[in-house]
Design a protein. Structure first.
Length: 148
């Protein structure tokens, strides 16, 4: 059974380094009995390459401009924009400003918090393809066009 969660800026968990993007796990699926909640911060040029996974994901832009691609569509998301991505849909994003920030929520059954934690722990950087590939494989995240 889920319990109440109260986080202040002083009690939040540390930011994870997910290949340059700073991701704070605000709530994981064990804490909520299902969904996960994240704060994502990035600087210009940082983001996620085209990928897909088995959970729904929604992003709400808080600060900055973020270039999003969903399937064949792309757009610049500005503060106040919500982008929802159904499970299995290829998507990507790139922060366009040095102070970009968004809130993201993943659907029931998500493994995003474990995926992000594994990248923070095991992946030395974007050139560490072997460990990034292992994390993706472990959490059923696919990168179209990637080997394997």
């Amino acid at each position: 059974m889920a319990e109440a969660i109260i986080l202040t800026p002083e009690t939040r968990p540390r930011e994870l380094n997910v290949i340059g993007e700073k991701i704070t796990i605000l709530a994981n699926k064990a804490q909520t009995d299902g969904y996960e909640l994240f704060l994502q911060d990035g600087v210009a040029g940082v983001g996620a390459p085209p990928h897909s996974h088995g959970w729904d994901e929604s992003f709400f832009v808080l600060k900055g401009n973020i270039d999003f691609g969903v399937g064949e569509k792309s757009m610049i998301a500005t503060p106040g924009t919500l982008v929802h991505i159904p499970a299995g849909t290829t998507h990507w994003f790139t922060f366009q400003d040095d102070d970009g920030e968004m809130l993201s929520i993943t659907g029931v059954g998500s493994g995003a918090s474990e995926f992000f934690s594994q990248i923070d722990r095991d992946v030395a950087g974007p050139e560490d393809v072997e460990n990034l590939g292992k994390a993706a494989h472990d959490h059923e995240v696919t990168f179209p066009g990637a080997p394997g």
